[in-house]
Design a binder for this molecule. Sequence first.
Ligand code: ATP
Ligand code: MG
Length: 387
Amino acid sequence: MTETEIVLKNVCKVYDNGFEAVRDVNLQIRPKEFIIFVGPSGCGKSTTLRMIAGLEEISSGELWIGDVLANFLEPKERELSMVFQNYALYPNMSVYKNIAFSLEIRGVKKAEVDKRVKETAKLLGLEEVLDRRPKDLSGGQRQRVAIGNAIIRNPEILLMDEPLSNLDAKLRGQMRVELAKLHETLGNTIIYVTHDQTEAMTLGTRIVVMNEGVIQQVDTPERLYDNPVNQFVAGFIGSPAMNFIDCTIQRNAAVLQMGIERIGCNAKIAGWLEDIEKRSDLVVGIRPEAFLDEYRKEKMQRDDLGDDQKMIVTITHRELLGNEVLLYFDFCGKNCCMKASVDNYAKAGNMIPVWVDVNKIHLFDKETGKNLFYEKNFSIGKEKANR
Ligand SMILES: Nc1ncnc2c1ncn2[C@@H]1O[C@H](COP(=O)(O)OP(=O)(O)OP(=O)(O)O)[C@@H](O)[C@H]1O
Ligand SMILES: [Mg+2]
C-alpha cells in the first residue's frame, strides 16, 4: 500500500530538435490512484510517463514524488517499476527466471525470491507455466510475465505504457479485467498510458486527456463523459463518437436551428441559452444515445419529448451489435449515428422519426471548441455530489 503522492508542476518537455512535446503539465496524482493518460498518437503521453520514470529529462518544471523533488533522481532511486508496450522477455530464460530477474540482480536471497515468484505467479495465474520459455506462451501470458517482472518488487508506483496494445481484442478485454483486479489487490499507484478510450474509461479512477502536448481535462470517467470541457474531449471520449452539428441559436427563442431542422429546448436548456450570446457559429454535440427512436422513447417513458424535438430522418446504414443497433443517417451534411432499440428494424432507405434528448445536448463554440454548458453542468455535478 502506498501513501506517496506524485505532483507535476508546470512540467514541459522540449526535445533536442526544439520540438515542444509536453507543455505546462500540472497534475496531482493521489496515492492508490489508477490514473490514465489518454489522447491521440503523438500527444505526449509516453513523454510524460518517461519523465516521471526518469527516462527522459524534464526541460522545465518540477516533479515531486512524495516530499522529494525528483527531477534529478536516477530512475532506480524513484521506487517505481515500468511495463512498456514492447516489453522484452528473455527468450532463453524460463518464466520463473523472467519474473525473478529483477529481484535476483538486487541480491535478494534465494528463498525469498522463490516465495515472491510463487506469490506473483499465483496472482497472475502463471503457476502452471513457470517452467516454460516465453515462446511457448500465449500473448496474454507473455504480457502477464512482463507485468510479473514489474510488480514482484512490490513497487509503490507502477508505470505502464500501452501494455495491452500487442494483444487481440478479446485478450485485451480479459487483461483489462485482470489489471483492475490487480490494482485492487496491490493497492499501489498505477499510471497508465493508452490511446484506447475504452481502456481508459473502464480502468481509470481518473483520466487525463491530452492533445498536442497539453492536458485538456482531468476527471473521473463519468464526468468526462457527461461534461467534457471542450469539443476535443467530447469527440475523443465515447464510442461511437459524439455527433457534431453546426447550429445557430435564435434570438428570444429557445430553439436550436440546425440546417432546416429546429429543435425546441426544455426549460433547463432554455435558461442556459439565455446566458449565451446569440451567435451563429456554434456546434451542438449529441451522443448516439441522446437520439431516441420510438422504441427507446417509449421504453424510457420520455413523454416530455414531443414534436418540437422530433425530426424525420432517412437511414443510410444499419449496424447490429448484438443487444443494440446503431442506425446512421445524414443530417445537416453530417453522417450521424444513433443507438436504437433491437426492435427497430429500420434499414437503409427507410424514413423514421427520431427525437433529440435535449437534456443531454452539449453546445460548443465553433472557434475555440469550448463547451458553453461546462460551467452549468459542473455546478449541477457539484450539487449532486454534495447531496
Ligand atoms: N527523441 C525525440 N525527439 C524529438 N521529438 C520526439 C522524440 N520523442 C518523441 N518525440 C515527439 O514528441 C511527440 C510526443 O511523443 P510521445 O511519444 O510522447 O507521444 P505519445 O502520446 O506517446 O504517442 P503514441 O500514442 O503514438 O505512443 C511526438 O510528436 C513525437 O514525434
Ligand atoms: Mg506512446
